[in-house]
Write a protein that binds this ligand. Structure first.
Ligand SMILES: [Zn+2]
Length: 87
């Protein structure tokens, strides 16, 4: 025979299990978008903190993107300087 106490414990256990499932589902729902640098598909968590701002697949890719951009800027600056000196 099931007692009141047992029924209450069963209810609490089931609710705890469901709460864990909800938490897991929230943490593991993601969408996919392209990395701005290497165009590989990356997974962005829907509810992650600052996840929406994610632009690059990893830190190496981000620094590589900025290094290349800086190199381009320096090359442009040098070209401009050379032109000025030539004229
Ligand atoms: Zn990348």
């Amino acid at each position: 025979m099931k007692t009141h106490k047992q029924a209450k414990k069963e209810l609490t256990d089931r609710i705890t299990a469901l709460e864990d499932l909800i938490k897991f589902t929230r943490e593991n729902t993601y969408y996919e978008k392209f990395c701005l640098h290497c165009s590989s598909v990356m997974q962005v968590k829907l509810n992650g903190e600052r996840a929406q701002e994610k632009k690059y697949c990893n830190d190496a890719c981000r620094s590589s993107f900025h290094r290349k951009r800086n190199q381009k800027a320096v090359a442009y600056f040098l070209k401009k300087k050379k032109k000025k000196n030539d004229s």
